[in-house]
Design a protein. Structure first.
Length: 246
């Protein structure tokens, strides 16, 4: 996945949040359906049957009909894939998605003209029912992109990730073997004696994080002050995550 920072306008952001809400709503409906299903009723509905049920629901409810059918169908596709991984024993059972924590959706059948570069640092991606949304062109978009995922983190930042198969990295061919030991104080210790440390928050940032956590403990649940403190904590955590990824 090649991820880029998305830069939607306030109007586009509201449309993106609506897509996220529809994807989360359809996902939670599928979770509830499987939770209430009993073996006496036969096998649980699979992706094709759920898509037919979604078509009936869109015809009945204007809220779903106003959204993108691609976003809603791909939410069902993601759920079907998650259940397949659960039955294969490789992942845990899928759980409920919560607003503010699980914000995102997937778009498939992307055409070559749906992603374009408009300037040296700016690109645009075409999203159904939203239009052309700008993103930061930090590197070239891979060729042959067929799908992408739009997400919003807890810090309020939007990202678009294009799915593409990367080119294989050739091995050095020297035949040498290096052991890697992952730890806490040291991110990775190599058998060659090298110690790899992942950068985190600075001393001043850690002190600010501790102060914000104390404020969060004293803030009243549901208050605007608590929401501001949570947003500030999310921005610090996002900064730490970005440094680790870099």
């Amino acid at each position: 996945m090649s991820r880029y920072r998305l830069q939607p306008t306030p109007v586009q952001e509201q449309a993106l949040l609506q897509h996220c809400g529809h994807a989360r709503f359809v996902w939670n409906l599928a979770i509830e359906q499987h939770a209430c299903w009993r073996p006496s009723r036969g096998p649980a509905p699979r992706f094709a049957e759920q898509c037919r049920q979604l078509t009936q629901a869109r015809a009945e409810f204007a809220r779903l009909r106003a959204g993108s059918v691609t976003v809603q169908q791909q939410a069902l596709k993601d759920f079907h894939q998650a259940m397949s991984h659960f039955f294969a024993g490789t992942h845990r059972r899928p759980t409920w998605r919560k607003a503010g924590r699980h914000e995102g959706f997937r778009i498939v059948a992307v055409k070559p003209g749906d992603v374009r570069r408009v300037s040296r640092r700016v690109g645009q991606v075409k999203i159904p029912k939203v239009g052309w949304v700008r993103f930061r062109w930090s590197r070239a978009v891979p060729d042959g992109v067929k799908s992408f995922r739009v997400t919003r983190d807890r810090a309020g930042r939007w990202h678009v990730a294009f799915a593409a198969i990367p080119n294989p990295i050739p091995a050095p061919g020297s035949g040498e073997v290096v052991g890697v030991d992952r730890g806490v104080a040291v991110a990775a210790a190599l058998s060659t004696g090298d110690l790899l440390r992942v950068p985190g928050l600075r001393e001043t940032e850690r002190a600010r994080l501790a102060r914000l956590l104390r404020q969060l403990a004293r803030a009243q649940r549901g208050s605007k002050r608590r929401a501001r403190v949570k947003a500030a904590i999310a921005r610090l955590k996002a900064r730490e995550t970005d440094r680790r990824k870099d």
